[in-house]
Design a protein around this ligand. Structure first.
Ligand SMILES: Nc1ncnc2c1ncn2[C@@H]1O[C@H](COP(=O)(O)OP(=O)(O)OP(=O)(O)O)[C@@H](O)[C@H]1O
Ligand SMILES: [Mg+2]
Length: 229
């Protein structure tokens, strides 16, 4: 099976005056359908840089990258937007829910932006995947942090992406909610065939994934497949 994301020799350098920061310094990654991959590593090791490249939010300085069968390296900002559209779903550390919209309306927002039709029945089905169908008409401030993040995951799923990307999705959550979010990601990969890509500082959560990639100084220093429980 062809991987959904395939990167070879990925580099991202930043210029800082006369200095060059090698945020990412030659990384090879391949992620398949139905696979959940965690990216671990100390602060500044390049996790966000890598996830931004693999999800086409940023372009590499060097290397080749294919996302959902399309070459992504060397594209302009507009072309990257086009590649992301409908293929990638994003989840953030700060949930970024709109406080004046209900849970259901927040979930439907990406469809509105893409000019796609909105069906409440479908929204409720997605909310049931994250265990929140009974909260559809609530406002975000009536939810717990873990519930807000599950709404954000439902929102990312509304466009039926093939790849789900999350940078520190449990950074603002307690342990119990964090584990629930990781279990949910794992289930989505398995049952919906999504490729799921996550960065975290929490090693225990990280090892819930099918594959764990550890970065140091912009390079992969370890790649593991934790035994399935
Ligand atoms: N826009 C930028 N300009 C210059 N340097 C940058 C920029 N973004 C990131 N860097 C540098 O690249 C390196 C990797 O940063 P990155 O944000 O990918 O690390 P990280 O592993 O996500 O860290 P954290 O765990 O703190 O989120 C760091 O040394 C950082 O200072
Ligand atoms: Mg980061």
């Amino acid at each position: 099976m062809k991987p959904l994301i395939e990167a070879k020799g990925l580099k991202r350098y930043y210029r800082r005056g006369v200095e060059t920061v090698k945020a990412l310094d030659g990384v090879d990654v391949s992620i398949g359908e139905g696979e959940m991959v965690s990216i671990l590593g100390p602060s500044g090791s390049g996790k966000t840089t890598l996830i931004n490249l693999l999800s086409c939010l940023d372009a590499p300085s060097e290397g080749t990258l294919t996302v959902a069968g399309k070459p992504a390296a060397g594209l302009t900002e507009d072309q990257l937007v086009e590649l992301r559209r409908g293929t990638l779903g994003f989840v953030f550390q700060q949930f970024h829910l709109l406080p004046t919209l209900t849970v259901a309306e927040n979930v439907e927002l990406p469809l509105v932006f893409l000019g796609r039709s909105v069906e409440r029945r479908k929204t409720l089905e997605i909310l049931s995947w994250v265990g929140l169908e009974d909260r559809a008409s609530h406002l975000p401030n009536e939810l717990s942090g873990g519930q807000m993040q599950r709404v954000a995951i439902a929102r990312a799923l509304s466009i039926e992406p093939r790849i789900l990307v999350a940078d520190e999705p449990t950074g603002n959550l307690d342990k119990k909610s964090g584990r629930m979010i990781f279990d949910l990601f794992k289930r989505l990969a398995r049952e919906k065939g999504l490729a799921v890509l996550i960065t975290t500082h929490n090693t225990a959560f990280g090892y819930e994934a099918d594959r764990v990639i550890t970065l140091e100084d912009g390079r992969i220093v370890r790649e593991e497949r934790p035994a399935r429980t």
